[in-house]
Structures are given as C-alpha cells and as structure tokens.
Design a binder for this molecule. Sequence first.
Ligand SMILES: NC(=O)c1ccc[n+]([C@@H]2O[C@H](COP(=O)([O-])OP(=O)(O)OC[C@H]3O[C@@H](n4cnc5c(N)ncnc54)[C@H](OP(=O)(O)O)[C@@H]3O)[C@@H](O)[C@H]2O)c1
Length: 325
Amino acid sequence: MTASRIVELAEFGGPEVLKIVQRDLPPPATGEVQIRHKAIGFNFIDIYQRKGIYPLPLPTGLGFEAAGVVEAVGQGVLEHAVGERVAYMNAGVGAYSERRNVAADKLVRLPESVSDETAATLLFKGMTAQYLLRRTHRVEPGDVLLVHSAAGGVGQILTRWATALGATVFGTTGSPEKRETALAAGCKEVIDLNDPQWPEAFLAASGIKARVVYDAIGKDTLLRSLDCAAPFGLVVNYGASSGKAPAVDPELLNKKGCLFLTRPSVFPHNANPATFRANAADLLDAIARGHVKADIGGRFELNDIAEVHRAAEQRRLKGTILIIP
Ligand SMILES: NC(=O)c1ccc[n+]([C@@H]2O[C@H](COP(=O)([O-])OP(=O)(O)OC[C@H]3O[C@@H](n4cnc5c(N)ncnc54)[C@H](OP(=O)(O)O)[C@@H]3O)[C@@H](O)[C@H]2O)c1
C-alpha cells in the first residue's frame, strides 16, 4: 500500500465541502497503472459535480485530468512502463490527488515537447475543442463562428484552433478585462455579454450570422444564441456555466431559420480506446503545430482547492488553472 493525499467530498455543496484526506492506495490492479501526479487540471465540470448538479455516489473524489509519472504497472499492461510520462482526462473522477490508479487504455503517452503542466492544462479542454471543431461540426476555411466565454479555458483553445483552421471567430466575454485575452487567442472582435443587446452587437461586428455558435453558458445565453446562427446553422450547447439551458421547442428552431441544436459531451466521443488515441493524436499534432497553446491562468496547491472553486464561480479566472499536488 502507498499513501496518497486526496480531495474527497462526503456531501454536495459549496467549496467548503472539499476536504483533503490521506488514503491508502492499493497496488494497480490488472490493466491499471499507478501514477504520481505532477500537475492536475481544473475544469468547470468539477463544480457541477461538487454541487451535485451531475450527482456522484458519495463519498467521492473529484477531478478528471492530470499528468504525471508511472510508478507501478499492473498485470497485463504491456504498453506502459515505470518512469514513463503520461496524462489522462476520461478515467473517471479522482484526479485531485497525489497518486492514483488508472486504466492503462485511458492514458496518453506524453512526448518530450509537451510538459506535465501543458498536458494538464490542455488535455481535457483540448479534447473538448477537438470533437467540437472536427466532429460536431468540421470547421472549414471561411466559416464564421461565435464562441462564448472566449477568454476561458475551452473558449481560448476553440478560438485559437478554429482560427488556425481558417475560420473567423467572434467571441464573447463576461467582463472587459477578458477582452484582450480573447483577442490574443484570435477573436476578430469581442462582444461584452453585459450588454443586453449582445446579439445585435455581434451582428453589427460580424455583418453576418454565424455558421456555428458554441455556447457553454447555457441558461443565460442559449435562447439569444439562436438569434446569432445563420439559416441552417448549428447551435452547440456544450455546458451550463450559468445553469442548465432552458428547454427549446423544435418549432422555435424552424422559426429561427431551420437551425440545428445539439448538446454533446467529450466522454462519449472518447469512450472507445482506439478513437480516444486517434483524437489525442490529433490534439498533440495541433499542439506541435502551435494551433493549440497552454494559457496557464494560475497555479494553486492541492490544499487550496476550495479557493480555486470559489474563484471559478465568481468568474475571476482567465485561462486554465493548474493544481500542483
Ligand atoms: N460538453 C463537454 O464536452 C464539455 C467539456 C469541457 C467543458 N465543458 C464546458 O465548457 C465550459 C467551459 O469550461 P472551462 O473549464 O474551460 O471553464 P471556463 O470557460 O474557464 O470558465 C467558465 C466561464 O463561463 C463564463 N460564465 C458565464 N456565466 C457564468 C456564470 N454565471 N458563472 C460562472 N461562469 C460563467 C465565464 O466567462 P465570462 O466571464 O467571460 O463569461 C467563465 O470564465 C463549461 O461550461 C464546461 O462545463 C463542456
């Protein structure tokens, strides 16, 4: 047995329910490897799970994404060895920890050019951008896109990668201080969401409705996002930062221009190990080409996890937050 400091919650609630505890970690089972984490990624979904909006059986660990070093391999694991650098993003919750056992087929081997911190910054959010730009809609040169929360973790990656693919990206942010970040990621223009007329402001800036609207804000924005999509365009509701999106009457999609509306998730897109590896290779290629870059918005110790959650909910974060165990 090895000891590991982990974040555990025994009840759903505010950031104060996140407790640091010491737990024994058994050796890796058949098909698993044991990883010592070097960097852990924070994702907005961690908040939904802490609050019980996406309920988990309690008590539970939290966190989907981390990078580190293989310390032990279980029986039957041939493709990974002790000392190797790896990362993961869809191995179930428990990444907020010093050490962890993970199924070997959920791991990405890291090339030397990608640091642990970069991997923990980019893997979950980059794999999200990967399916949104390559599968939900295959972005083509000349596409006009509207990306909400363009200064955020996924938002910056979406913007930078879509721009590299030849799209023109308009972004929104929740405060003027985030405008420069969104512009630096590649937005042609940035719309302030505090303006109640933000859809009109988007249309004035773009002169044309969007082929695709990427909306992870949900409750506060989705209905107005429908006004920003071109006829036969696509509205992608992939998150609920402000709360769950309202139900949409299919007839509304007809009235707004025969629109398509989808609510996808990164996990089914990567459930098959071969597809997961292919998608990860696509992301690593985009990183190598400079189409996807890490924007580390801050580093926190595992002990300060409650403060990370507080700052995210108060919209104080830009880029991606790393947790160092
Ligand atoms: N479906 C999927 O596959 C998938 C995968 C990964 C992430 N996601 C979703 O993508 C979104 C972005 O994730 P992320 O980890 O990169 O987070 P993030 O964008 O860094 O943070 C969320 C952003 O949402 C915006 N926001 C708008 N209304 C808000 C409110 N009432 N409270 C808090 N934030 C609000 C804020 O940006 P502004 O202040 O600029 O508006 C905030 O920075 C999240 O909704 C997440 O759940 C979905």
